[in-house]
Ligand binder design. Sequence first.
Ligand code: ZN
Length: 675
Amino acid sequence: MSFSKTFISAMATIAITACSSHSVKEETPADFDYTVDRFSDIEVLRYKVPGFEELTPQQRLYIYYLTEAAIAGRDILWDQNGRYNLAIRDLIENVYANYSGDREDKNFKALELYLKQIEFANGIHHHYSADKFQPAFDKEWFEAQAAALPQPLAAEQFAVLMPVIFDPSVMPKRVNQAAGQDLIVTSANNLYGPGVTQAEVENYYNAIKDTTDLTPVSWGLNARVVKNNGKIEEQVYKVDGLYSPAISRIVSLLEKASEYAENDTQKAIIAKLVEFYRTGDLKAFDDYSIAWVEDTASRVDFINGFIESYGDPLGMTGSWESIVNFKNEEASQRTETIAGNAKWFEEHSPVDPRFRKEDVKGVSAKVINAAILAGDAYPATPIGINLPNANWIRAAHGSKSVTIENITDAYDKANHGNGFNEEFVIDEPTAKLIDDYLFITDNLHTDLHECLGHASGRLLPGVDPDALKAHGSTLEETRADLFALYYLADPKLLELGLLDNPEAYKAEYYKFLLNGLMTQLVRIEPGKDIEEAHMRNRQLISKWVLEKGAPDKVVELVKKDGKTFVQVNDYAKLRDLFGQLLGEIQRIKSEGDYEAGARLVEDYAVKVDPELHREVLDRYANLDIAPYRGFVNPVYTPVTDKDGNITDVTVSYEEEFLPQVMRYSKEYRTLPSNY
Ligand code: ZN
């Protein structure tokens, strides 16, 4: 199961004009333009890396090699996302780069759009909906362009790719979550080989899994499962295994980085990660994870590996990703306060005491600035991370939780005056509350969700951590969000000095319900269900409190001038409802009650009211705000002395989106294309 990311919600595009004094902000020059590109449903932003210049040259060099090791894994994710992704990327980039005709031509424009879409999604399926992109250029035009390339593809290769690009019925969905279907056969990702069925994979792992093992490895995390002469087997991602050229390059860059590590702890962590990459041994990955989670003292930190399993319909295989970061010392005081009081929060949580954690261990929390985003974290990126994912490691060794402040700050800066508040927030006083308190309460929500929510509670002895199966991710996100929502309204936050107004939480409560009931629907196409775990979680919570609070009119959907608005009548009762649902979700998780969990998801999280959906889409379309955002990375340039030795690194922010991804394709090409 994977449950460790917090994504910015559609509502985070809300305009925030006043920032609380609690948030630490860097001054940014007025001419720094946050928006880099805008196409389809996407806006690409850039982010600053405040504090990079204040690091030591050694720290900057350490970061530099880690960022190189991050980008070096790019092709792995592309190949994991789809068997033909790298081949199609080659072809589309080649046609684009060699085109010499009219750049205003409608076919060329459509090609450019398609190129941007696949570059943003790391493949031919939308990064969020997982639906295949449908190109708008003519097939015949494209065939002529491809045939005129200096080195055109062989006819057989071209013939393989054409239907994958153009035929909507071929590989339509990267990850299919529809209940009742074979989730592996119907998912187009490349985590499983041709002909492998869901039942075969489940049987394979059930046979290996020892249910009495209290420290189980994360089965399937680093392997593609294939059928070989009718026999199911794993192709392990490792040096000399699957993805060897990419992993070897990552390993050599990690070893180079190690020379500049801040301390021996970091060197030991890198050595363990390298061992994992060399052997593919999942036990080595656990050893690495333990060493990593226990290092809370180093300034510079990074993730590099097969981490989150959202891309696998069975939630086992990790998508490759990397984020390199360093601690934002001032802002970290906020999360340290929360983490330092973890025991108090656990003891007061509104769940059956049997399901509480007896001994809340090592919930470390900090605020970081990202230095690079890569793999599954690029260009779309989370704003919070909580790792490692293995339940027993979290229980025995704690987890590390971060909020990525330079990313939330870039979102915030890019949001000014987009008209969202005016369109969707019910009245002036609520809009004012949001203006004043959403930035801080949103950040606190992320902190509470990551540092405490995911880390709270425990399974009853003998309960399978994967008992909730396909609903595990959704219910885990629900649990973490409810924990955050419940405590956002607690006077404890004022006592701890994290908020200065007992009404502040209402800003986040309103935003959460507005998002869960209405505005997140902008990410869903008409007629489709909600599939992504975080979105399901938000709708589950919002619809549940709407229904359960109906007798007391706690929350209502009301009409004003023909438009629908969320109206919260009783915030105190709303908090009670959040607490009640938290109690139930924790019970479901602790007891492994699959039936009850599945019912909650199916009753509240999946279906969309088509009429309200249409209305939200129409109102949103008028605002012309991109529902999805992502980032270009800064560019790090080594400084060399007269003998050519690298002595320092500088950072710059000028690179645009397409030039960046096409440079990455060239400079960080590691894997061959499949045809
Ligand atoms: Zn989460």
